[in-house]
Design a protein around this ligand. Structure first.
Ligand SMILES: [Cu+2]
Length: 291
């Protein structure tokens, strides 16, 4: 029976390692390659931590297997090795406290820059974002926001507000409060690809979470807060846009689309929204009717 338990406890870590090793080929891994430059750096951090934890895991499991099998062998009949008692080892305890502490400190310091760029507003690539707004020929004032859209989560949809156009057809900046010229859409977020873009994230009711898995962007939408979120899509295409917070019975309905357009395509999309929103549905009467 003792050999059964030895094999039993050695089997599960081996299975865990095998499952981890085949996970990428079975599609149990990331939802494809990261589609944003920051997402790639986040993946690199993930892999670095995975390597550290894998080495630790394999090491401790080998230690466990060694103790199990040698212990079981010493209870075999005919084995005269005497049991010995340990009162612990001060040196070992210092080592296994200091090494993990140093590893954690290293990870904490190593990821600081990525975290800052991702979350700290002062580290956002604001220059590049403003350059994009100039390319879009946006009418800018000194304090105008660099956000291109406001995304408001509510049970159970994503409401998107974009700035509209002035009388000359020039793109306006996004204002904190809704404007008569603003443009709206639901469950479809369009933004330019190939440059950092920022949105303002809000929620109307409970806590939701803005999640672009391909871009490795996830940010909670918290009642009462307006949270700036930036990202950069590498490719012009459509991406999954989900809610990652169980927000009520219709949580599953908050699957939406994020479409990364070319810069001209984005303006076209806004112009189409503008036309749609200003269309009263009345068609001019045809000449036949006039007669
Ligand atoms: Cu939600």
């Amino acid at each position: 029976m003792k050999w059964f338990w030895c094999v039993f406890f050695a089997f599960w870590p081996i299975l865990a390692i095998v499952v981890c090793a085949i996970a990428p080929s079975m599609n149990w891994w990331f939802p494809g390659e990261a589609m944003s430059p920051l997402g790639r750096r986040i993946d690199d951090l993930f892999y670095m931590i995975l390597v550290i934890t894998s080495i630790t895991f394999v090491g401790t499991q080998l230690g466990l297997a060694y103790v199990l099998f040698t212990g079981a062998r010493r209870t075999e009949p005919g084995n005269t090795t005497k049991a010995w008692f340990s009162h612990g080892s001060h040196e070992l305890e210092v080592i296994w406290s200091t090494v993990p502490a140093l590893v954690l400190l290293f990870i904490a310091l190593y990821q600081l820059n990525v975290w800052a760029e991702y979350r700290i507003k002062d580290a956002f690539p604001e220059k590049e974002m403003v350059a994009l707004l100039h390319r879009l020929d946006q009418k800018r004032t000194e304090n105008s926001s660099v956000a291109l859209a406001e995304v408001t989560a509510r049970q159970f949809e994503w409401r998107i507000r974009y700035p509209g156009f002035d009388a000359d057809g020039k793109l306006l900046p996004l204002m904190p409060d809704p404007q008569p010229t603003d443009l709206y859409d639901v469950n479809e977020l369009h933004l330019p690809a190939g440059a950092p873009v920022m949105i303002n994230l809000r929620t109307d009711d409970v806590q939701h979470s803005f999640f672009l898995p391909d871009l490795r962007v996830k940010q909670d939408a918290v009642p009462g807060l307006i949270i700036p979120v930036w990202f950069e899509a590498i490719q012009e295409r459509s991406y999954q846009f989900l809610c990652a917070e169980l927000c009520g019975w219709g949580h599953y309905k908050m699957g939406a689309r994020f479409v990364a357009d070319s810069e001209a395509g984005f303006l076209d999309y806004l112009r189409k929204l503008h036309q749609k929103q200003n269309d009263d549905g009345v068609r001019p009467e045809s000449d036949d009717n006039e007669q």
